[in-house]
Every structure is written in C-alpha cells, then in structure tokens.
Ligand binder design. Structure first.
Ligand SMILES: *Cc1c(COP(=O)(O)O)cnc(C)c1O
Length: 714
C-alpha cells in the first residue's frame, strides 16, 4: 500500500493514529476505536465517530496528555501491533486454502457501500451487504478490489415534522474530513477517467478507501472539467431522474472498468452486486472487440468470469430504462460492438405491463455464467421470475442459484458480548465464526452473565434515545409531543421490540397497527408493559412510504400509548447498532415473498435479540421452532389482503400468548427470565455461524470465484 501523506501534526509517539484513521479496520475493532475515545469521548461522538475529523479537531493538550499516560501507550502499542499483524498476515484462509490462486483478483462493483456512519454513501441493506462483503473478504484474505461512488450529498438526513411527515435535509460531505484519500498522479493532480455521454465526455476522479486489506475506489464527478449538470452526477444515491440514473450506471460500469485498468488492476473475476453495474460487461466486451474479436467471441469469454447477484424479487423494483433512453446513450456503442440496434437492445430487452424496457438485471443475467439470489426462497422466486430468459427450461432448471446473505460479525457485535465470547468461546473464536461447534459453547456462558450484558445493552439504547432527543429539544427543532415520541419515557425494564428498516410498503410497518386497540391493550398492560422502537427512512420520492411513516408517527405521538411507542429519526448504521443490540425482540413483517433476504434480524440474533418475523427471506432458513418466533406460515403467497389479515392475527396471538409471558413469567429468585435466556442461547448458537458473512463470502469463493478464476486461465 502507498504511504499516506501525514495530514495531522500528532505527537511523534502516537503519530500512527493518523494511519489508523485512514483504514476502516477500526470499524470492526473496538479497541482501535478506544484509542480515540480514551482521548476525548464526547468529541468522538460529536464528529459521528469519524477519526479523521476527530484528529483534525482534537486539542493538542489532550494528545500531549496521553503521551504521558503509560497505560494509554501500552494499549496503543498493542493495538498497532494487532493492526500490523492483520495487514501483513501470510496465513489467511485464502492464502492457506488457495496457494495456487495467489495472483488472482476479484473486482466487486456496487452502487452503494455501507461501511460506517462516518462514510454515509449508502441508503440501506444493499449497501451494508456490500460493505460487509469487503470487510469479510479482507478478513479471509481474498484479493478483492471494489468500485463504487462517493456521493457528496450522501443519501439524506431525515427529520420528522410534528405531524409525522418526513422532511429531507441535505448533507454536504467534506471529503477532506472523511477517511478517504484522493488518488493522485505523479504530478500530484487527481487521477481521472472519463466516459462518453451524449455530446460530451464526463470525467471522474477517484477516492481510495482502505477496508483492512481491501481497497475500495469511489468515483466522483464533482470536477471543474465537467459542466454543472455532470458535476452533480455523483451528488446523490438513487435519483429518480432517468438521465441521471443511466449516466451514473454508465459511469459505474464502464468507467469503473477503466478506473481499475488505470490503477493497474487485472481482475480475473467481475462481481456485480445488483444490476446497476451491468454495463461493465459491455465495457469488457468492447475491450475484446477492439482486439479483433467478434461480439459473440468476446461475450463467450467474459461470461465465464462475470458473477451477478440479484436482490430484487419484485419486477417493478428492477432497474430498467425505456428504450428511447438506450438509443440516446448507446447509439455510438452498438456499431463499435459490431451489433445492430435490435441486437443491442435485445441484450436487456424485457416487455413489461408498462411497455418495453432495457432491464439491467436481464443484461447481467445474460452476460454472466454465475448468477445468484440471496436466500433459498428468493432463489425459487428468481428462477420463476426469469424463466422467460431460458424458455426451454423448467423453472427449477433456470441457472440461478442462491447464496444466503450474512452480516459481518465484528461490525455488528456489541463489545460487551465480544468480551464474553473471549472468555467462554476460546481466544480464537474470531477465526471460527462459521463453525457451528464453536457456537455450541454458548451453553457454557452462565445465564446471569449473559442477561447482565443484555440489560446493559438495553440501558445503552435508552440513554442513546434520550441523548439524541434532548439535543433535538435543545436545538429548538421539536415540540414536547415529539420529545415523547423520541423516547422520553423509554425505560430499560420493559419488554422492548425493535422495528427498523426502509419504509417501503411491502415491509408493512403498519401491520402491528391493524388492530390498534388490541395493540394499546398489550403495550400499556400495567404488569407486563411493552415498548416498541421504530426507525427508518422512506425514499424521498416514495409518497406511500412517507404516508406509512406518518401513520406510525401519529400512533407514536398518541398519548394513549403512554410514550411506549417511539420513533428514532434518521436511521443509519449508528442507530442500527444501538437498536439491534439493545432491544429484546426484532420484528419484521414483510409481505411474503418480497423480502429477498433481510439482514437486520441477523445482526439482532448475533447480539442475543430474538427474531419475530414472517417466514420470508433469511428467516425462513433460520427459524427452527425454538430460536425465535414465526409470523404466519411457510406457505405460498395468498391475496395481499388475506395475507395481511392472517399475519396480523398471528402477530397479536404470538405476542400475547407466547412472547410477553415468556419474558415476564418464570423469573428466578434474582429476577432472571431463564426460559427467555435459554431461547437467546438457542438463537445465538444456531444463527450466528450460519448468517455471518464468514459463511457467505466463503460460499462466493467456493461456488463462484474459484471456478471463475480458473476459467480465466484458459
Ligand atoms: C442492516 C441495515 C439495513 C438492512 O436491514 P433489512 O433487514 O434488510 O431491512 C438497513 N439499514 C441499516 C442502517 C442497516 O444497518
């Protein structure tokens, strides 16, 4: 890796904090974060846990102080030693399993990467999955390089008005204050790539993010070389403007390949996380056509090394463009590929009820030999959904497999639990995360110790909600009723349920309100009260999603709920960590089979939170009858109205007759709900190894990357 310019004037004894700040390794190493929090915890919180901003702002006096603190320095030396040995390890899983593939390289493309709240260039689950994929590839030693965008306006900051309406506020990111480094040429000028858009070239510079051993390169068009419109091309995620959208995807797919070439990479495998980056296949084909191959010869070669992961079980949710837009942007490209217009359009052609489209997943499916969905049920749904591309095959023969998603254990596991695991699972447990036998030892953790950590994490959630809401109150931006809605009356002794996710209608955030009076009776029961904490954003253009937030918020503000319903504004990875660690039950109510996988419930399970969810996506595979609860049955989807009625009934009954009693009854003399703790252990034991990215990324390696790497030899 190149050396970093030393941006900070730090005391020499601790000068490597500057290096540490620029490698996101600290995200999943709490001890590395403590090197910053031990200097000034409130500043660390104030800068949103961003070590670069922290080092720019921290007072010299405090830095000098720790250089005289023997304990701090010992700790510093230990963390730095771990950091170095991580970066230099020769005995990674990849190195020892695939010694003959040491010179190979995987390129991973995604529209968004969710690595940490201090780098807010993600919208939700897809991005966080991509971020987790990079972290795990780093842990496993897989040679992987990634391409995406740095959005200088991020996604958006959410504010909820008194009437529950979602307002969006612009975020303006200052890259100099973030853990990203500009990639410069020999003269110190930004290294740039360009792509051709109608009537002009658009330039992009490249930012580097270090994710342990993995490099992530982010493209940015905010440059003097571009016109004003093009400078905004990478301002935001998921624009609804089709011209912006197709331009972004041309930049990501075609520009991304050019960026990797310019940076000197020769990837052997090309992984498209969703269809947004599928134009990379066209750029690769163009490269070969320019060497004299026909288009068919070129695609026969590139298909062997393209991997495509689909995430969208809803046809309308797939990324697609009207044909006229393809004419506008690609008229120059098809002659160069040696194709007619019809042949070109056919690569992504799909007839939809609303007309003919050029569909990005279709392009990706046609030009990849490796295709997967993200859970078993999603695999079934995808094979049926795309059967028309392989009309001669029966649905079960459609060549789309599944690799169920996972979460990066180190990123989402609470530090207190990590310490408990260090004691009871053996010191090398981090190396064996996907080993079910390791997790059998969860049984050895004394119930009391586990419950104590659970209570601690719930208290942290309560304090977090209070602190944020106090700050909003103090800034004068919310009313007293909103202070209650923000968690004023939240307390750490009641059964607490979490519901946090994107407010898309299929996720049915309002299912639990279907019988409002019954819900009120349950949550305000004097002896067995229940609290529910909601969080989540709706896409700014999604009016039904915003109406859902409003419906939830009005109930949250209703004095009849006694402040036991709470809405936390501005859901991000930080809020997510507090929630998935702090609540008792994680609720998920998607309309089956629309949840391709879902990952937040996996984060919850890892932290000893019990899942209560529809048997859709990952939970259909995770649920074993004893490690959480199911809503509804494992049956093919019925009519939506019927499904909503049946699921709501199932939800209330299970909550009332099973979950609430299990939590409050059968307490031991020291007030420990032993059956509940037993269920937590069953949940952690069975779910932690399965739904970790350790298992997931190894599957990508053994089922896809390995043979694609070998295909690249012929
Ligand atoms: C994990 C996570 C998600 C994805 O959760 P789902 O279960 O897929 O809804 C979305 N946003 C944030 C901030 C997350 O941490």
């Amino acid at each position: 890796m190149r050396d970093l310019p030393n941006q900070f004037s730090l005391p020499r004894r601790i000068s490597r904090l500057g290096q540490l700040a620029y490698n996101l390794w600290w995200v999943w190493n709490p001890e590395a974060q403590m090197l910053f929090t031990n200097i000034n915890k409130s500043l660390w919180d104030a800068v949103n846990h961003n070590p670069v901003a922290f080092l720019h702002k921290v007072e010299r006096r405090l830095l000098n102080a720790v250089t005289n603190d023997r304990y701090y320095l010992e700790f510093y030396d230990r963390v730095m030693k771990n950091f170095d040995s991580y970066l230099n390890a020769q005995d990674t899983w990849y190195a020892t399993t695939y010694p003959n593939l040491s010179d190979k390289q995987v390129a991973y493309f995604s529209f968004e990467f969710g690595l940490h709240e201090s780098l807010p260039v993600y919208a939700g689950g897809l991005g966080i999955l991509a971020g987790d994929h990079l972290k795990e590839a780093s842990d496993l030693g897989i040679p992987l390089v990634a391409i995406g965008f740095i959005y200088n306006k991020g996604y958006f900051v959410q504010h909820i008005t008194e009437d529950g309406w979602q307002e969006t506020r612009d975020l303006i990111l200052d890259f100099d204050e973030m853990p990203v480094v500009p990639v410069l040429d020999k003269e110190g000028k930004p290294l740039m790539i360009s792509v051709e858009l109608p009537g002009r070239s658009v330039f992009a510079r490249i930012w580097e993010v270090r994710v342990g051993r993995v490099m992530l390169y982010l493209l940015d068009t905010n440059l003097d070389e571009n016109n004003n419109g093009d400078r905004q091309l990478t301002a935001r995620l998921y624009s609804n403007d089709l011209d912006i959208r197709i331009s972004q995807e041309i930049l990501l797919g075609m520009g991304g390949v050019r960026a990797l070439r310019l940076l000197g990479y020769h990837p052997d495998v090309w992984h498209m996380n969703e269809g947004h980056s599928a134009f990379l296949a066209l750029e690769r084909a163009l490269e070969l056509v320019r060497t004299g191959k026909t288009f068919d010869e070129a695609t026969a070669i590139i298909e062997k090394t393209n991997v495509f992961t689909t995430h969208t079980p809803v046809p309308a949710g797939n990324d697609q463009f009207p044909i006229w837009l393809v004419d506008k942007y690609f008229a120059q490209v098809w002659p160069e590929l040696g194709l007619t217009r019809d042949q070109f359009v056919n690569l992504g052609h799909q007839v939809q009820p609303w007309g003919e489209t050029f569909c990005m997943p279709v392009l990706a499916l046609k030009l990849s030999d490796y295709r997967n969905a993200v859970s078993e049920l999603h695999g079934q749904v995808s094979r049926r959904m795309w059967n028309w591309i392989w009309p001669e095959k029966r649905p079960e023969e459609v060549p789309i497999t599944h690799i169920t998603n996972g979460v990066h254990t180190g990123t989402f596991l609470a530090r207190r639990l990590r310490l408990l695991f260090d004691r009871y699972l053996g010191t090398d447990w981090m190396k064996r995360i996907d080993d079910p036998e390791l997790w059998a030892q969860i049984a050895n953790i004394p119930d009391g110790e586990l419950w104590q950590v659970r209570r601690h994490l719930k208290r942290k959630l309560v304090v977090f909600a209070n602190t944020r809401t106090r700050a909003l109150w103090q800034s004068g931006s919310i009313t007293p009723a909103q202070v209650v809605a923000g968690g004023l009356f939240l307390e750490p002794y009641s059964l607490t349920i979490g519901f946090a996710r994107r407010f898309a209608t299929y996720k049915r955030a309002n299912l639990i309100f279907r019988d409002y009076d019954r819900l009120l009776r349950l949550i305000t029961n004097y002896e067995r009260p229940v609290q529910i904490v909601f969080a989540g954003k709706a896409h700014p253009a999604d009016e039904p999603g915003k109406l859902l937030i409003q419906q939830v918020y009005r109930a949250v503000k209703d004095s009849k709920s006694g402040g036991r319903l709470v809405f936390l504004e501005d859901y991000d990875m930080n809020v997510a960590r507090y929630l998935v660690q702090g609540v008792d039950v994680w609720l998920n109510t998607p309309r089956r089979p629309n949840e391709a996988s879902g990952t937040s419930g996996m984060k919850a399970a890892l932290n000893g939170v019990l899942n209560f969810s529809v048997l859709d996506g990952w939970w259909r595979e995770g649920y074993n009858g004893k490690n959480g609860w199911a809503i509804g049955e494992d049956l093919p989807a019925q009519d939506a109205q019927q499904q909503d009625d049946a699921d709501a009934e199932s939800l209330y009954n299970t909550l009332e007759n099973e979950i609430i009693p299990l939590y409050y009854e059968n307490r031991t003399a020291d007030n420990l709900p032993s059956e509940w703790v037993g269920r937590i252990k069953e949940s952690m034991r069975t779910l932690a190894p399965m739904f970790s990215t350790r298992r997931m990324v190894k599957e990508y390696m053994t089922e896809m990357y390995e043979s694609a790497m070998q295909a690249d030899d012929d």
